[in-house]
Design a protein around this ligand. Structure first.
Ligand code: 13P
Length: 250
């Protein structure tokens, strides 16, 4: 099945108003747009509204980097799925390894967030992936299976029908060391087969993330089960991000 490539910019904790204005101006110049690839920006929460206005009529989408699993309540500092919808988000990143590792998010909490996104018509981008020690120990598949199982148990088999998965090996994030196209394809193929054993997975997009750059995007894009990218550092430079989008548009 042909899946439309999706390239997502995860700005993480970067960007301020003036920078954002310049960035989106450069990104949306006519020659920069490509209808063959869906492009989504995930700015920090406080800039979602601003990015939404600047993206109007560009065909590019808006996503958030995280959400809380409750619709409302006494959760100081948290952001609900309703709020994300209200400011025009279509996507939300769930279970990024930085949140799992630095902020202690468990598989169960990630699954609850995934469920909250689905309940509220947001498309979750579920991040999974092993760390360096786990890859060296040869347990990559069991780590990824455990992360997927947590969501399957809470959300059921059909949960992935409308979702996106991002395979982000922790050892490749921000390190400049990308998974080889073959390593990425191996895990992406495993993910698709594993989900397919529970429900249909042929339409599900699986993104690769971890040191995606202009010069490795094309090779990654050629892999059968790599349907796009979740880009951190290189998404902060418009020229590089556009080159990655072009790499996935072929
Ligand atoms: P880098 O592209 O900077 O390695 O980050 C990847 C990532 O974590 C995207 O979510």
């Amino acid at each position: 099945m042909k899946r439309k490539p999706l390239v997502v910019a995860n700005w993480k904790m970067h960007g301020q108003s003036k920078w954002i204005e310049n960035y989106i101006h450069d990104l949306t110049k006519p020659q920069g747009q490509s209808g063959q690839c869906e492009i989504v920006l995930c700015p920090p929460f406080v800039y979602l509204n601003e990015v939404r206005s600047l993206l109007q009529e560009t065909g590019m989408g808006l996503g958030a980097q995280d959400l809380h699993d409750s619709e409302h309540g006494a959760f100081t500092g948290e952001i609900s799925p309703h709020m994300l919808l209200d400011v025009g988000c279509k996507y939300v990143v769930v279970g990024h390894s930085e949140r799992r590792r630095l902020l202690g998010e468990t598989d169960d909490f990630v699954a609850a967030k995934f469920a909250a996104a689905c309940r509220n018509a947001l498309i979750p981008i579920l991040c999974v992936g092993e760390n360096e020690g786990e890859r060296e120990a040869g347990v990559t598949e069991s780590v990824v299976r455990r992360q997927l199982d947590a969501v399957l148990q809470v959300c059921g088999n059909e949960a992935f029908a409308a979702a996106v998965i991002a395979y982000e090996p922790v050892w490749a994030i921000g390190t400049g060391v990308t998974a080889t196209p073959a390593q990425a394809q191996d895990v992406h193929g495993f993910i698709r087969n594993y989900i397919a054993s529970h429900s249909s997975a042929s339409a599900m997009r699986i993104l690769y993330g971890g040191s995606v750059k202009a010069d490795n995007a094309v090779m990654l894009a050629q892999q059968q089960d790599v349907d796009g990218a979740l880009v951190g550092g290189a998404s902060l430079i418009v020229k590089d991000f556009l080159a990655i989008c072009a790499g996935f548009s072929k």
